[in-house]
Design a protein around this ligand. Structure first.
Ligand code: NAD
Ligand code: IPM
Ligand code: MN
Length: 355
């Protein structure tokens, strides 16, 4: 059943989180003013208030929202806390709580920015790929996990049903795109990856139109910088997807451009791929585009607001094409200036609808 709530949960987060979220909130007020914003504490803010990175108070607020929009959590002052008290553990708890097992991380190179990648422009121009990362299983959640000071371990576990459902999501994405899916694993070494590969092959039988390939993760990391245009949709496990999506971000010029959607449950979670960037917090240096494009994904996938999503996507493309950029992309504009430029273009689109 479609989620009919008119509330959106907002997680301001740590580090640059509140700075970039502030730009997204202005766009929400402009494009979907009928939605009420509910502030939810997660990560550092929740630790300060409740001594818990994902307290029951926050869980309760998520019961009747249409979607969750979050910036990023984590800060150096929490890095030495016990594992269960750390901001990152709160985020993992949130993903599990929402059943958000399918993390969609698109990497798209704007033509105007191809020269700004750390790779040669002819390698990156035209890149348009999506990493479908499994998000609620694998080594992030496997038991046992422990560290007694002399021995530590984590367990990489996948149940067949977890692989089946993420594979289906990835095949569905591939069907709507270039019909090519590359499954990334380490089945030459890991049993869990062999089950992954066998299961993806079984699921592929229902998608004869999709060209399925397999790649070991070490090769995939190399191929992403050698010839990224060979990829359409990549499906992979939690840890491999975390690493490969940060790598893919640099094809586009900056990690500050990459949004994500975490789907699978009744309530979708939307967050940039990047973290809380404590090294640049409070300086106006943060690129708000990953945050703003995460809002666009929320409009598209959770709120059925395709028109408004396109208004944002077009505004972002125009702003970067005009060369109006934050310092991560070699520009001089600050966070608010970029946010305002995008806002003004969205406002203009609302006033002059194209039929
Ligand atoms: P990071 O992504 O925060 O930063 C890596 C580098 O990219 C830094 O130099 C940073 O300044 C830059 N950067 C990131 N986002 C940017 C933006 N929007 N504009 C301009 N530059 C940007 O990764 P990190 O430094 O490894 O981690 C910092 C903290 O964030 C840690 O506590 C980590 O656990 C957390 N983290 C949280 C999330 C999340 O909440 N989803 C994701 C990744 C990391
Ligand atoms: C991400 C982050 C998170 C992850 C951390 C902060 C838990 O790196 O969203 O990519 O590893 O999933
Ligand atoms: Mn990451």
């Amino acid at each position: 059943m479609k989620n009919l709530s008119k509330k959106i949960a907002i997680i301001e987060g740590d580090g640059i989180g509140p700075e970039i979220m502030s730009e997204a909130k202005k766009l929400i007020q402009l494009l979907i003013p009928e939605y009420e914003l509910i502030s939810v504490d997660l990560g550092g803010k929740a630790i300060d208030k409740y001594n818990n990175p994902f307290p029951v108070e926050s869980q309760g607020k998520l019961k009747d929202v249409a979607a969750v929009l979050m910036s990023a959590i984590g800060a150096p002052q929490y890095d030495n806390l016990a594992r269960e008290l750390r901001p990152e553990t709160g985020l993992l708890g949130l993903r599990k709580f929402l059943g958000a097992f399918a993390n969609i991380r698109p990497a798209f190179v704007y033509p105007a920015l191809a020269d700004l990648s750390s790779l040669k422009s002819e390698i990156v121009s035209g890149v348009d790929l999506v990493v479908v990362r499994e998000l609620t299983g694998g080594i992030y959640f496997g038991k046992p996990a422990m560290n007694d000071g002399t021995r530590a371990l984590n367990t990489m576990v996948y149940e067949k049903y977890e692989i089946e459902r993420i594979a289906k999501v990835a095949f569905e994405f591939a069907m709507k795109r270039g019909k090519r899916l590359c499954s990334v694993d380490k089945s030459n070494v890991l049993d869990v990856s062999q089950l992954w590969r066998d299961t993806v092959i079984k699921v592929s039988k229902a998608y004869p139109e999709v060209e399925l390939s397999h790649m070991y993760v070490d090769n995939a990391a190399m191929q992403l910088v050698r010839n990224p245009k060979q990829f359409d949709v990549i499906v992979t496990s939690n840890l491999f997807g975390d690493i490969l999506s940060d790598e893919a971000s640099m094809l586009t010029g900056s990690i500050g451009l990459l949004p994500s959607a975490s789907l699978g449950g009744e309530i979708g979670l939307y967050e940039p791929v990047h973290g809380s960037a404590p090294d640049i917090m409070g300086k106006g240096l943060a690129n708000p585009i990953a945050m703003i494009l995460s809002l666009s994904m929320m409009l598209r996938y959770s709120l059925d607001k395709e028109k408004e999503a396109q208004i944002i996507d077009k505004a972002v493309e125009e702003v970067v094409t005009e060369g109006f950029l934050t310092p991560d992309l070699g520009g001089k504009a600050n966070t608010t200036e970029i946010g305002s430029a995008i806002y003004n273009k969205c406002e203009q689109s609302l006033l002059t609808p194209v039929y």
